[in-house]
Design a protein around this ligand. Structure first.
Ligand SMILES: NC(=O)c1ccc[n+]([C@@H]2O[C@H](COP(=O)([O-])OP(=O)(O)OC[C@H]3O[C@@H](n4cnc5c(N)ncnc54)[C@H](OP(=O)(O)O)[C@@H]3O)[C@@H](O)[C@H]2O)c1
Length: 383
């Protein structure tokens, strides 16, 4: 059975008392995609506020005072404060590192203000809930991926609507390493271009955090998967993750190799996260009416492209962002639910290949940028 045909078994429920303890079996979770106007959603704002009494006002976090290299990531004390209406305070247990954190640190994407706390993915335990909020309780285990930025912290304030319950069978580190990357894979394979049996897909950085999940999920959907990586070691991982063909792009011209593998036919879709170094080559690997999905720029922003260059093969070009595909609560719950279902069923194996103390986030960034990592990177808050 492919993941595409799996019934949507888990619907994340936001109603009070629907959050199980971590010992409850995964299949007992009730995930519901609730419409914005549904009565259950209004439970969020109908009960009296609750906050744990003696929460410390100050916690340690990584702060960025000026954009630059990994050295600008400073370990400092910050004030967390109390959650306001619609908010929760979460003590982070594990924090996912994503390439987008590097973009913000370097100024490729602009943070709203300096100083800022980076990070867009974490799993933790709710320590306080804002006034009027009933959908969450102190002690709930929740995860989030995306905005607001600020997960590189022992504790943080989040809008309750950004948090999803984490199935009790899924370890903190696994969940924190997979929410953003896994929902991105869901967006790319299930929504941006719907991969089906018979398709041939090209995945760059196939051993990376998102890449590893794309290969496994794409293979489960019945596609022929071609992956690019930089080393033999990463090639071995990509094959384990379902790649039918792996190209070591530091040794051979990936576009020429794809042409050879597909006997000149080209691929249906390219998932290109590398950007500057691969963009043009990726376009050349597509078949007529193929999809160029440019979803990242690990090597730099691609050069501008005249639209007319798409004409000869009538290509589609898109630059999707996870934020746009999880903009509504329903979309967020759908993506997280499908992801957790695929982890529970074994379709996706999450590779938490690197763990660092939160205080050493700079080392994690340096390794990620130097292409030394594979799979996911997780930061564990220091006590
Ligand atoms: N659009 C969205 O919503 C969205 C969401 C999540 C992630 N993303 C993008 O997805 C990509 C993957 O993110 P990730 O967190 O999972 O990172 P990752 O893929 O684990 O790490 C980046 C990998 O890119 C490859 N790479 C090639 N050229 C590179 C260069 N010049 N510098 C650094 N790396 C280079 C390396 O793999 P090799 O050594 O094998 O070449 C490296 O390990 C990123 O571009 C990120 O921005 C986009």
């Amino acid at each position: 059975m492919t993941s595409g045909s799996i019934p949507f078994a888990f619907k994340l429920s936001v109603a009070a008392n629907h959050f199980p303890t971590r010992r409850a079996p995964l299949h007992s979770l009730k995930f519901q995609c609730l419409p914005k106007s549904s009565p259950s959603r209004s439970l969020f704002t109908t009960r009296a506020s609750f906050s744990s009494s003696s929460a410390p006002a100050m916690v340690k976090a990584i702060r960025v005072h000026g954009i630059g290299g990994p050295e600008v990531l400073k370990w400092e004390e910050v004030e967390v404060g109390e959650p306001k209406e619609g908010e929760i305070r979460v003590k982070n247990k594990a924090i996912g590192v994503n390439f987008i954190d590097v973009y913000f640190r370097k100024g490729v994407y602009k943070a709203a203000a300096l100083p800022f706390t980076p990070g867009m993915e974490a799993v933790g335990v709710v320590t306080a809930v804002g006034p009027g909020l009933t959908g969450r309780q102190v002690g709930d285990v929740v995860g989030y991926a995306g905005m607001p930025m600020g997960s590189y912290s022992q504790e943080q304030i989040l809008p309750a609507s950004a948090a999803v319950p984490v199935p009790p069978s899924i370890d903190y580190s696994v969940a924190a390493s997979v929410l953003l990357k896994g929902m991105t894979a869901h967006m790319l394979l299930r929504r941006v271009f719907k991969v089906e049996a018979g398709h041939t897909i090209l995945v760059h950085a196939a051993a990376g955090g998102v890449g590893s999940l794309l290969c496994q999920w794409g293979k489960a959907l019945g596609a022929t998967v071609i992956g690019t990586v930089s080393t033999e070691q990463k090639a071995a991982q990509a094959i384990e993750d379902g790649c039918d063909h792996v190209i070591i792009s530091t040794k051979e011209d990936f576009a020429a190799k794809v042409n050879k593998i597909t006997e000149g036919k080209g691929v249906d879709v390219v998932y290109d996260s590398i950007g500057k170094d691969t963009f043009k080559g990726s376009l050349s690997t597509l078949k007529s009416r193929g999809y160029m999905v440019s979803f990242g720029q690990s090597s730099g922003v691609p050069d501008p492209l005249p639209v007319s260059e798409l004409a000869s093969k009538s290509l589609f070009l898109t630059r999707p962002s996870l934020m746009a595909y999880t903009a509504t609560r329903d979309e967020l719950l759908q993506a997280a639910g499908e992801l957790f279902t695929n982890i529970a069923s074994g379709i996706l194996r999450v590779r938490v290949n690197h763990t660092y103390p939160l205080s050493e986030a700079a080392r994690a960034h340096a390794d990620l940028e130097a292409r030394k990592t594979s799979g996911s990177i997780v930061l564990i808050p220091d006590n």
